[in-house]
Design a binder for this molecule. Sequence first.
Ligand code: SAH
Length: 451
Amino acid sequence: MVRKDEILDLEITGMTHEGMGVGKKDGFAIFVQGAVDGEKVGVKIIKVLKSYAVARIEAFIEKSSHRQEPFCPVYKRCGGCSLQHMTYAKTLAFKRQVVVDNLARIGSLSDVRVHDTLGMAEPINYRNKAQYPVGMGKSGPVAGFFARRSHEIVEAPSCAIQHPLSDKAKDIVLGYIKALNIPVYNETTGHGIIRHVVTKVGFNTGEVMIIIVATKPELPKANKLIYRLKRDIPGLASVILNVNPKPGNVILGDRNITLFGKDTIQDTLGGLAFEISPLSFYQVNPAQTEVLYQKAVDYAHLQGNETVFDLYCGIGTIGLFAASRAKKVIGVEVVPEAVEAAKSNAKHNGIENAEFYAGLAEEVVPELYEKGIKADVVFVDPPRKGCDENLLKTLVDMAPSRIVYVSCNPSTLARDLKFLTGSGFQVEEVQPVDMFPWSEHVETVVSMSRL
Ligand code: SAH
């Protein structure tokens, strides 16, 4: 249909779920990075595969009115953002469409109500957690972000979606590495010490945690680094050495050594205090997290007499949000450290009707159900791979009156909704929320009830 290096005019008629423009030549799909639907572009084919080709923009013939100049100087190379060439309003419409498409194609749910994506008033500096890979560049050590589809490190003086203190901490660590000749990690040989700088910022408390991920349990001249961090990072509350000697893409290892300050930091959400530790999951966009949780709790229609399950509960946030409106909350989470944090979060907030269990939701929930412990309302908030079918089967048997599904992956969401709608539940409303502005990711809350 098309051949490599061919140059042609292309009308962009759709978008992939990663945000690439799609055009067709004689019915054959051509994906174009950076093109927006509705545009006409001149492209050069750079790769031809069995069912599609990939092309690069050579010239614009007709630009979309939804196009904007990306605000980041390294946007084209960095793998972090993928939608900065579109207006914010357009990215919100795009994300809604991704949800609609997945529900229809995978979930056979074409007639459900999908609201407009809830976006941010000011979609910048929204992230409370940054992860900077550290490595060797052409002229010395570098820290930044991985390039798109590669492990080349792109340096960015500042990143507009991060909290400014995160960038500052990264610069301080890089300065220490350079000044004291601390060896940086080499992914190919496994040699070197420092692999990543991870930062966590409590937006509402101002507390900052800096995690240095290293291959060894001691950091050379650590006191020099800590001094610089203490001097230049206001709110510095914790410096952690995380030990990760294993090769591979997992950023954090299991072992944490507190080099300075506390083992955890605190943040508040919706008037509740939460403890944040190096390994436990905490939503990365605190402003939108409140929007998301509020929606989730609204969709639960709690009256005050319900037993509520909060599955995949992390540090217990959703369940603790709902606790004042329910009789009892039971949270389940696989990371033991997060479960401990959830318990202490309940305690510190004076919440006495919540309990938490460590384990896989697909194992713990069937055990609870066998013991006769049932939920009236269930929240599920699984990772990208969605819910285990064994969990969904147990929920169908348990027959709660409502399920609120919070999802970070529309395709596994659609798969799981197909299962639930085929087994006695109906979808009432679907609300996409923009938790990750300028990336292609979309968070979705779904309100379901038993038929
Ligand atoms: N609801 C929480 C966390 C959501 S992220 C919040 O809003 O902050 C998903 C969580 O599921 C993570 O904490 C992860 O550790 C946990 N998890 C992943 N697989 C799991 C499983 N099979 N059973 C229980 N928890 C799991």
